[in-house]
Design a protein around this ligand. Structure first.
Ligand code: BG6
Length: 497
């Protein structure tokens, strides 16, 4: 995690080229983050952007569409002066990613703004299939080099399986040094994810119980209530396992399960995360169904509004068996976690948006309460809620007032943010880091590789079975069949804070 203090940023002039400018990532995440950064004075006055995409349009038309996107996406109407300032930073280039002419045009644009540019960032917000070609073209156009002036940002998923990830990495390294490569996983930019480290390692009372002696099982849930939002072209090929589990969720699992690093340094943290990934028990080829479950949303209701099935979304292939829901079980075979199941679950069109890590502690011995009305003592839970609630909850049992021995659950809540405190969105943090050349929140290749290793048996198994997929109504918590992964009848999905 970043050990930088963002209060005194060390900025440098730079050009920022966004490949795939008309895509969903740009409208959903990058533009709103850039607006916030500009509004808070964090973008250098000389910073210029080039929006590059296949769609034919002029810079004026791009600016117009950018204004529309921001108006839709920002929580408040954009301030006209900031909007004008941000839009004035942009040029738009239309072209094919495979055409050298487009890169020549970018070069001309960069030349026109003088020589005050210390670095140029190439942000690949494009479908993974286009990565190879764009990397080659960047090199051919003279944008690689070894002096670290050029930085390349690769969005996830990094590859589509372990082999393609290795090929992509080799290809990148042909033209760029490791210091120039930024493999992004925006979950690491979330403040609440960074807070997990503080929760674990800055509180003396947590660490001694954070192991198999006290913890019964761990659940990691990233639930979304929206659908694929016009991204069928990418999503129908990727599915939830590649889109969310291999990257965001494996990162969460590593942060929850890792050993304390010797120092709070990016590489020391990465080393510890890799140790966790390496300790995950390989899923046996013949037993995949005991460890992973997939499903796809059928028509249903979200916030009382009817929504279509995944199979009826624009651009989804007929009879597609792409999963929009995945649940998986992992064991981390090390001294700390041996025997503790980690259940991971993510899905689109679920009941509501909720990302949380739920830690279920072991049952206390009941004998003390044998002769009292307390029959079923619930276990204690620690809930590390990342979004939309940003808080840690610890559930404790307390006696109810009165003569009898009745027990109720009381929550101790540690909110991440106080009223009126404003944090940074993950993309704001990460974009600033890229501009400043700080790679500490970005992923090292061995993390990517080991995550692929873990999920590869699941991918292979599912790729052989393209006939059938379970479904769940949009607006539900996924199919009941996902419960088949549980080791014990007492385990159930925790769907609330
Ligand atoms: C992206 C996935 O990486 O993360 C999307 O491609 C997903 O499918 C998104 O919706 C979730 O991010 P967040 O920050 O909204 O939890």
């Amino acid at each position: 995690m970043s050990t930088n203090n963002k209060a005194s940023p060390n900025k440098s002039h730079c050009h920022f080229i966004i490949f795939g400018a008309t895509g969903n990532l740009v409208s959903e995440k990058l533009l709103p983050a850039l607006y916030e950064l500009d509004a808070t004075g964090q973008l250098e006055p000389a910073l210029r952007f080039v929006a590059f995409a296949r769609r034919e349009m002029s810079t004026a038309q791009w600016v117009e569409s950018m204004q529309e996107m921001l108006a839709k996406k920002l929580p408040q109407p954009p301030a006209p002066a900031i909007l004008e300032q941000l839009c004035a930073r942009f040029d738009y280039v239309a072209g094919d990613y495979t055409s050298p002419a487009a890169y020549a045009e970018i070069k001309t644009l960069l030349g026109r703004t003088g020589d005050n540019c210390d670095s140029t960032v190439f942000y690949l917000a494009i479908p993974p299939n286009d990565f190879h070609e764009v990397i080659t073209q960047l090199h051919n156009a003279g944008f690689s080099g070894v002096d670290n002036r050029h930085r390349i940002v690769v969005e996830k998923p990094f590859g589509e399986d372990i082999d393609s990830a290795r090929r992509l990495n080799t290809h990148l390294h042909k033209y760029f040094s490791e210091e120039q490569i930024y493999r992004i996983d925006h979950y690491l930019g979330k403040e609440t994810v960074q807070n997990l480290l503080v929760f674990r390692f800055a509180n003396t009372l947590i660490e001694p119980i954070w192991n198999r002696n006290y913890i019964d099982h761990v659940q990691i849930t990233v639930a979304e209530n929206h659908g694929i939002e016009g991204r069928a072209g990418y999503y129908d090929h990727a599915g939830a396992l590649r889109d969310m589990l291999q990257n965001h969720m494996m990162q969460l699992l590593s942060v929850v399960a890792m050993e304390p690093p010797a120092i709070l340094d990016a590489d020391a943290l990465r080393d510890e995360k890799v140790k966790v990934l390496r300790s995950i028990r390989p899923i046996p080829k013949r037993g995949v169904n005991n460890f992973a479950f997939r499903a796809q949303y059928a028509a249903g209701h979200i916030d009382r509004a009817a929504v279509p099935a995944y199979s009826a979304e624009d651009g989804v292939a007929e009879n597609s068996t792409t999963e929009t829901f995945v649940a998986a079980k992992f064991y981390i075979d090390n001294w700390r976690w041996s025997g503790v199941p980690f259940y991971l679950r993510t899905g689109k069109r679920l009941a509501h948006k909720m990302s949380q890590i739920s830690i279920c502690f072991r049952h206390p011995p009941k004998q003390l309460f044998r002769e009292t009305p307390v029959e079923n003592l619930d276990p204690n839970w620690a809930i590390l809620s990342l979004q939309p609630h940003e808080a840690m909850h610890l559930e404790l049992h307390t006696k109810q007032p009165g003569l009898g021995m009745d027990i109720r659950t009381t929550k101790l809540v540690a909110s991440y943010r106080k009223e009126n405190e404003k944090g940074s969105d993950a993309y704001e943090t990460l974009l600033l880091d890229i501009m400043e050349g700080d790679r500490s929140l970005f992923i090292r290749f061995d993390e990517v590789e080991w995550s692929w290793r873990v999920v590869d048996p699941i991918l292979r198994h599912w790729s052989l079975d393209t006939e059938f997929i379970h479904t769940y109504p949009a607006g539900s918590w996924g199919p009941d069949e996902a419960a088949r992964l549980f080791d014990s009848e007492s385990h159930t999905w925790r769907n609330h804070l």
